[in-house]
Design a protein around this ligand. Sequence first.
Ligand SMILES: Nc1ncnc2c1ncn2[C@@H]1O[C@H](COP(=O)(O)OP(=O)(O)OP(=O)(O)O)[C@@H](O)[C@H]1O
Ligand SMILES: [Mg+2]
Length: 317
Amino acid sequence: MEDLWIEKYRPKKLDEIIGQQVVVGRLKSYISQKNIPHLLFSGPPGTGKTTTAMALARELFGESWKENFLELNASDDRGIKMVRETIKEYSRIMPSNPLGFKILFLDEADYMTDEAQAALRRTMENFTKTTRFIISCNYSSKIIEPIQSRTAIFRFKGISGEDMVHALENILKKEGKEYEKTSLEVIAEMAYGDMRKAINILQVAATYSERITVNSIYEAAGTVHKEWALQVMNFALKGDISKAKALLEDAVIKQGISGQDIVEQFHRSLYDLTIAEDLKADILYYLGEIDFRISEGARELIQLESFLGYLYGKSIK
Ligand SMILES: Nc1ncnc2c1ncn2[C@@H]1O[C@H](COP(=O)(O)OP(=O)(O)OP(=O)(O)O)[C@@H](O)[C@H]1O
Ligand SMILES: [Mg+2]
């Protein structure tokens, strides 16, 4: 495969970062002071945390940013060992830039044990003069309080559908690819705020088809679409269980789509069914049950068909 678009189109400047105006605005004021405190970046995957940290380093250190920026992934090695050794070694070296500090970016810190986080906190204190830490996580609640209170917290938001469609259009224009506008809206709906996921789906679709269409997107994403989910649920609710079952088996057995993807699509499409609100609530509850059972290892097809049975039981035949 050619270059990954997520890397090719990763913003290099803070101004190019999409949908994080509050974060970017606050960071710019640090740049004008040429100094930063320890930072905590929190937010869903694929929303620009790593990208923003890199752009910040570029703007602070210019050409030599790479020598002044170290990225570590906490989930590669959850232990205290990494904090003690790698982080200490890096923190100890005197920075070779006029600002007098370097940046250590620690990704997925919410996967670190509390002991490792406590060790990290002490290291942060000992090396504050030479090293600023940017700690990145999906959930700030999983970061121990002493670290939270020693960092400036930045909350990243999921990228809005509108921003996403706009960004995807720009990529396709640069790549000279033709596309159906609705297909980009479908991607935005699938990606649920995750820009990495959106760009990846787009690139896979672009490799397989000349023109990006709604169908090429579903194929690339390896999942079922909303209309499909609505159709299956409607058949079962109207009492045509065998048609619903046939569609489901085609997706699971022939197309190899995962049970959890299918449950997710049912879950998202449910709101578009024209049925009573209390019935929607019951269905939501049941979907939660089968999602859990599938995640615990129950057989997917049996669970999904039990869902059809449940809908059938609710039908007005
Ligand atoms: N806000 C954004 N603006 C523009 N592109 C973005 C943005 N967020 C993510 N991207 C795109 O998605 C890719 C992945 O983003 P990034 O690595 O910054 O996500 P992250 O928030 O660090 O995710 P994770 O929580 O999984 O570490 C980037 O290379 C870029 O192409
Ligand atoms: Mg990241």
